[in-house]
Design a protein around this ligand. Structure first.
Ligand code: NAD
Ligand code: UGA
Length: 468
């Protein structure tokens, strides 16, 4: 019979583990939830008295305030939390491999494996181990093999796949009202019992018909498939934006017209300077690698094109800026508004802004950045990584981080919108215009601004997906 879960441990206190398990704690006051991480600074931030949490996510602080200390705990004592729990989420990072076999494509499963081995070596009772990280198809099988080979007598492990579909910036809402919760298990009696135990946890707040239970491999593949199809929609609309610019069609009108078809639907059709975030590119490359390993080169090439189109879109936008500014930006000041990969997050992983700034720096421009949420230190780390071989002091001669949009626009020849922060809509553009060199250019990479209004002030405006 399924166990009744009383204690949960989550390994990995990041963007997924933190919010996901905080919401479980909020909705399941009878379950004790302990989120652990090796990173002491991260755990200290989760535990901070003034709730200066390590990640910014609307609504998160409220959830943590309600549950922390009641049935939600953050700790670096990984072994203790593993030992006490009946159910363990593995929610560690799975970045793209940087070296070795599959470098640049395959997922680096080292952190998943280390966490799995830790569970095997310290557990003294049976556990349900849940793969929460996004992993290649059949990873659960490797986890099972490791656990079984290293476990103590009387310890039985059931492995579940329970991928996470939250998006950053809306994580809390996505977790409170998920479109669906997906749980994959082996179709054995034990596997199905474990699956029921986890489904019962979610049933505390998720309607039963939204909790889908499937086989392990379907669950793992569904996560990669969902991200690949979401990213594919963006690459499709961005490919069309290039046609719009060349023909005078308007991408907003096109997206609206096709989105009215109920089979296509209106969401996720916003043309942009390119998708970013820690997962779309990583998960597609992972799917490409999987397809190649399965000797399916046509399938691999098909998905690969989604990433290639995204690279093209970023480069194309940077080139538009240079071309419009009379084919040279050497020594010119360019304000970049937004550094996060999307609005309402401080996360910068794979942000399109990084690629743009890298290109502007290579063209010897002076870049003035403003973002309302991203930490300055993070911006320097990202630029140092994106522009290898150049000392950070040299980068700092070309790049300044500013405290407001007006400061970023000071004496600039162009303002580039890289992130769709709502506050950029509400800027007093007259003040921006006054401080800029003339002619003053605006490049809207996010379809955010009212171009006509800006033109009336005197700006030259270029919007992605709109002809001149
Ligand atoms: P993250 O880097 O923010 O967090 C991972 C955490 O795990 C880090 O704090 C790290 O210190 C910790 N960790 C690594 N190895 C550990 C170990 N052995 N023991 C204890 N702690 C360990 O990553 P994330 O964004 O939370 O992503 C986690 C997984 O979830 C990834 O597989 C990702 O693909 C997937 N995912 C992410 C999102 C998202 O929006 N960020 C959404 C859905 C799925
Ligand atoms: C995405 C998925 O939406 C989540 O379901 C998934 O769980 C997550 O990846 C993951 O696996 O990590 P996330 O990357 O946080 O979530 O954010 P999205 O809202 O999907 O945006 C991704 C990128 O696409 C952003 O740069 C965003 O600006 C861009 N985007 C999004 C567009 O350019 N146009 C759109 O219409 C939508």
């Amino acid at each position: 019979a399924p166990v009744k879960v009383q204690k949960i441990c989550c390994i990995g206190a990041g963007y997924v583990g933190g919010p996901t398990c905080a919401v479980i704690a909020l909705n399941c006051p009878d379950i004790q939830v302990t989120i652990v991480d090796l990173n002491q600074a991260r755990i200290d931030a989760w535990n901070s008295k003034d709730f200066k949490l390590p990640i910014y996510e609307p609504g998160l602080e409220d959830v943590v305030r309600k549950a922390r200390g009641r049935n939600l705990f953050f700790s670096t004592d990984v072994d203790k939390a593993i030992n006490e729990a009946d159910l363990i989420f593995v929610s560690v990072n799975t970045p793209t491999k940087k070296s070795g076999v599959g470098a640049g494509f395959a997922a680096d499963l080292n952190y998943v494996e280390l966490a799995t081995r830790r569970i095997a070596s310290v557990a003294t009772s049976s556990k349900i181990v849940v793969e929460k990280s996004t992993v290649p198809c059949r990873t659960a099988e490797s986890m099972r093999t490791i656990l079984e080979a290293n476990s103590k007598p009387n310890c039985h492990f059931d492995i579940l796949s329970n991928p996470e579909f939250l998006a950053e910036g809306t994580a809390i809402n996505d977790l409170l009202k998920p479109d669906r919760v997906l749980i994959g298990s082996l179709q054995t009696p034990e596997g199905i019992d474990a699956c029921t135990a986890l489904a019962d946890v979610y049933a505390n707040w998720v309607p039963k018909e939204r909790i889908l239970t499937v086989g392990l491999w379907s669950s793992e593949l569904s996560k990669l498939a969902a991200n690949a199809m979401l990213a594919q929609r963006i690459s499709s609309i961005n490919a069309l934006s290039a046609i719009c610019e060349a023909t005078g069609a308007n991408i907003d009108e096109v997206a609206n017209a096709i989105g009215f078809d109920s089979r296509i639907g209106p969401k996720f059709l916003k043309a942009s300077v390119g998708f970013g975030g820690s997962c779309f590119q990583k998960d597609i490359l992972n799917l490409v690698y999987l397809s190649e390993s399965l000797h399916l080169p046509e399938v691999a090439a098909y998905w690969r094109q989604v990433v290639d189109m995204n690279e093209y879109q970023k480069r194309r936008f940077a080139k538009t800026v240079v071309d419009t500014l009379f084919k040279t930006i050497t020594g010119k000041r360019i304000a970049v508004l937004g550094f996060a990969f999307k609005a309402d997050t401080g996360d910068t992983r794979e942000s399109a802004a990084i690629t743009l700034i890298k290109d502007f720096v290579a063209e010897k421009a002076l870049v003035q950045i403003y973002d309302p949420k991203v930490e300055h230190e993070q911006i320097w780390l990202d630029l140092a990584e994106a522009i290898p071989g150049t000392p950070i002091e040299a980068i700092k001669k070309q790049v300044t981080i500013c405290a407001s949009p007006v400061e970023a626009a000071s004496k600039a020849e162009a303002v580039v919108i890289a992130t769709e922060w709502k506050e950029f809509k509400e800027i007093k553009w007259e003040d921006i215009y006054a401080t800029m060199d003339k002619p003053a250019f605006v490049f809207d990479g996010r379809l955010l601004l009212d171009a006509e209004k800006l033109r009336k002030i005197g700006f030259h405006v270029t919007t992605i997906g709109r002809g001149a």
